[in-house]
Design a binder for this molecule. Sequence first.
Ligand code: SF4
Length: 310
Amino acid sequence: MTVTEKKMVAQIQSLKKERRAIILAHNYQVGEIQDVADFVGDSLELCQKAAQIDADVIVFCGVLFMAETAAVLCPNQVVLMPDLSAGCGMSEMISVDDLIRMKQAHPNAVVVCYVNSSAAVKAESDVCCTSSNAKKIVESIPKDREIIFIPDQYLGAHVMRQTGRKMILYNGYCPTHVRMMAGELAEVIVKHPSATVLAHPECPQPISASADYVLSTSGIALQSKKTSAQKVIVATEIGMLHRLSKENPDKEFIPACSYCDCAHMKVNDLEKLLWSLEEMQYPITVSASVAARAKEAIDRMLSVSEVVQC
Ligand code: SF4
């Protein structure tokens, strides 16, 4: 870390105290943001942390849908994002109108909405899910009900394989995970034959099929600790490797795709984080009516998943 970066970290720590703020960083953030954060995790873990912690301000270093979820779950705290351009390619693929059209075509279907979606889309959905609890959420729906699964077709297809349930899938995808190539992964596996392979369910099916485990980012973190393998091939956004290497210094983590990084996740840096705390920018708000309906879909998820309700 340079002298300037050290100074910025010291200023961030001091402003954090002054503002009674906490910094939450997603697993895909750049290393220096992860290192200065109070908590690093997946989107729901971070929102739950936010709701449990006595703070006035939450600086969310992730993408917009995550900050919106924090605003929905923590209405009494100020939620800030250091850079408003941090959107999410997947969540932007589906609009409320797209979902309404699907609901009109399948009026009796239950809508399961991956949390990687806007608050407005969540508000039009029946129940949310994360990549770690999607199977459980789908299994909780009566077998005679049709299911619309939005927006990630690859997570949806993975859950269909896990549960044997047919679902109506929206054709969204993560522009980062879709770049994973089965041929490249095969070459990495040949180079590291003793490695265990962990893949995120947003990856296309040929990648999931080559993996020993298909897991959420929190699942990848847990399995990386548990495995006796000394080498782990990781098929997800490359920011994840910073946390894995830090938590498991005795193991080697090899990216399945070294260029698969999410441009949205990477817009944050220390300078923007410091500025965010100095200027209290940019506040994220969700209208009360949308927040109330989005929270219902999130609460339904929490009532059937193992995730502790905040
Ligand atoms: S990695 Fe994919 S799903 Fe995650 S924020 Fe980036 S574009 Fe969205």
